[in-house]
Design a protein around this ligand. Structure first.
Ligand code: GLN
Length: 188
């Protein structure tokens, strides 16, 4: 199974490695036409304001929305911000509205306030304890009624599933956590 990683900006290399580790074939996507070659997509962490500019400059917006109607997308950190519905803090990010949550960017503070901690994840009644890196992470403020929260951190939702899509406020790939890649792309 070939899975795309949006490679306009951010932490796409590490996601490719995780996909290979799982026996999936990664494809770094730089052009919208490449979406036709993959049956799943990762929108990585990075900087959402920059990512938004590059998505629009490279004509990715409509193809991404069409892709999301048929195939699963995993968004991590800035990737989740791009997949969210509405942002309450920055008009420069015009998110795609694929996952029904609203977020606040950089909600834990500055780069120096980034941290690594343990997280308990609950998937279909099964618990997993994982390490999670939060790097200038957003906070999810509002969760739509069709959105399932898979993990909380200090009471805040940090991992969500909306239909076939999964969004995380942290970076699982930096701690070699494969759980969410497996969950999104069907090998869980
Ligand atoms: N702070 C970044 C943003 O707002 C997200 C950081 C990340 O992806 N690790 O886009």
């Amino acid at each position: 199974m070939k899975i795309g990683v949006l490679a306009l900006q951010g932490d796409y290399q590490k996601h490719s490695q995780i996909l290979s580790q799982l026996g999936l074939t990664p494809l770094l996507l730089r052009y919208p036409q490449q979406l036709q070659e993959v049956s799943g997509l990762i929108i990585p962490g990075g900087e959402s304001t920059t990512m938004r500019k590059l998505i629009d400059a490279n004509d990715f917006r409509q193809p991404l929305l069409a892709f999301a109607r048929r195939f699963p997308i995993l968004g991590t950190c800035a990737g989740l911000i791009m997949m969210s519905h509405l942002l309450d803090d920055d008009p420069r990010v015009n998110p795609l509205g694929i996952i029904d949550v609203t977020v606040t960017r950089n909600a834990y503070g500055r780069q120096l306030d980034s941290f690594l901690d343990e997280l308990e994840v609950n998937i279909d009644g099964k618990k997993h304890t994982i390490a999670a890196s939060f790097i200038r992470a957003p906070i999810i403020n509002v969760v739509g009624s069709d959105v399932e929260v898979l993990a909380h951190y200090h009471g805040e939702p940090v991992a969500v599933r909306h239909g076939r899509h999964v969004g995380l406020t942290f970076h699982p790939e930096l701690n070699d956590v494969t759980l969410f890649h497996q969950l999104t792309f069907g090998s869980y």
